[in-house]
Design a protein around this ligand. Structure first.
Ligand SMILES: *Cc1c(COP(=O)(O)O)cnc(C)c1O
Length: 405
């Protein structure tokens, strides 16, 4: 009998929904000695970042940078806008909405979660109705996750603004764009978003460890009414630093800043519209393949309606324990790592092994997505998981069509 042949040597591919694939330019920019943090090149380079971050977020307003992951940005945003005893409304289309609400609760804020389940977007009429009933304006903010990475549902943040306005309610609109920024179209100012949080390790293609809170003047005015704000999370000095150290409340994240500079150069050289349409096209290729695989009766996309799917991440179902089997097989045999399911079932349950996710955010192109899909097609065959044929042809047709003038 022959031993099985492992095909995992070579460049591995981490196709999970964050951290995402990092461009060589980002890694090379970070590979250097520590710079002087008091004067000179780092200080000058850092001053160029806020404008280019604003261009990604599509805002003219303020940005504060934190040495933290996305959870830190969640806490920073809340710390500047709500206080103990306030109420926030949290519509939920997945695990991340619950995570943000739990953080608010731990800060002494009353949370009202409207759970729309793991396969449906926000119901704007119900949100509007809830806000209309809040005649005393106890609700100070609506926390909306744009793309919930656990379910891959993309919520319409522009429509969420309209729902708040329809109720004539003064609550701040706060958006979590940690998964979506630089992948799915997002227009902070045009959509009337008051506060937006994001991280650096997804669409921004930098190693985890930095996050950003964008806020407008309405949110700044709310901040000004708060009498106690954590000195570390306070966004005011970070967004308006008189001295370099105020950007970061201490030592700068020196190497992350160089990485971010390189990533922003890549994004703006491509152009935001093109970045969004690249992600949209690559996502369509993935869905086309999934549609064919689904004909086998085992695999299914979590979100049935394409107009509600994110272009950054795709959540899939495959009867337990086949989702885990597939992930393990691909990593061991092909050097391809897919994302675990998140929030769809308790981590210690048998059902947990029935979900997985594909990350397609940031530094991804046509040949990588065809490699990702080819890998999955191979794994389905190796494990005898029933699947329809023609998936790769369908994906290739989407990309070929996009490549035609
Ligand atoms: C990744 C993610 C987070 C959490 O970010 P961390 O950097 O892991 O703290 C929050 N919200 C969404 C939508 C995410 O995708």
């Amino acid at each position: 009998m022959r031993d099985s042949v492992k095909l995992s040597a070579g460049r591995s591919y981490l196709a999970i929904p964050g951290p995402s694939v990092m461009p060589d330019q980002v890694l090379q920019a970070m590979h250097r000695a520590s710079p002087n943090i008091y004067a000179g090149e780092l200080v000058e380079m850092t001053a160029t970042l806020p404008d280019d971050l604003r261009r990604v977020a599509r805002t003219k307003h303020h940005v504060a940078i934190y040495i933290a992951n996305g959870h830190g940005a969640w806490e920073a945003a809340l710390s500047n806008t709500v206080k103990e005893g306030d109420t926030v409304l949290v519509p939920a289309s997945g695990r991340f909405a619950f995570g943000w609400s739990e953080m608010a609760e731990a800060l002494g804020v009353t949370i009202e979660v409207m759970d729309f389940g793991m396969q449906a977007p926000f119901d704007m009429a119900r949100i509007s109705e809830r806000l209309r009933a809040d005649t005393g304006h106890r609700i100070k903010a609506v926390l909306g996750v744009h793309v919930d990475t656990s379910t891959s549902i993309r919520n319409d943040i522009n429509a969420l603004r309209a729902a708040i306005d329809a109720a004539d309610h003064p609550a701040l609109l706060m958006a979590d764009c940690i998964a979506s920024l630089g992948c799915d179209r997002f227009e902070m100012d045009d959509w009337g978003v008051d506060v937006m949080v994001t991280g650096c390790q997804k669409g921004l293609m930098v190693p985890a460890g930095m996050s950003f809170v964008f806020f407008n003047d309405k949110a700044a005015a709310v901040r000004a009414t708060l009498t106690r704000v954590s000195r570390y999370w306070d966004w005011t000095p970070r967004a308006n630093p008189e001295w370099f150290y105020q950007y970061f409340g201490g030592t700068a994240p020196t190497h992350h800043l160089y990485g971010l500079r390189a990533a922003l150069d890549i994004i703006h050289a491509e152009g935001m519209e093109q970045v969004w349409s690249r992600h949209a096209t690559l996502a369509r290729a993935i869905w086309a393949a999934c549609d064919h695989w689904s004909e086998g009766g085992a695999l299914a996309m979590n979100v049935a309606d394409p107009s509600l799917r994110s272009h950054a991440v795709t959540a899939l179902r495959l009867p337990s324990p086949r989702a885990t089997d597939l992930r393990v097989w691909l990593e061991e045999n092909l050097g391809l790592t897919l994302g675990i399911g998140l929030g769809m079932a308790p981590p210690d349950s048998a059902e947990w092994h029935g979900f997985f996710r594909l990350g397609h955010m940031g530094h991804v192109n046509g040949h990588m997505i065809m490699g990702l899909l080819g890998g999955i097609d191979t794994g389905l065959k190796a494990l005898d998981i029933p699947h329809g044929s023609g998936a790769l042809t369908a994906a290739a047709q989407v990309l070929a069509g996009a490549g035609r003038a």
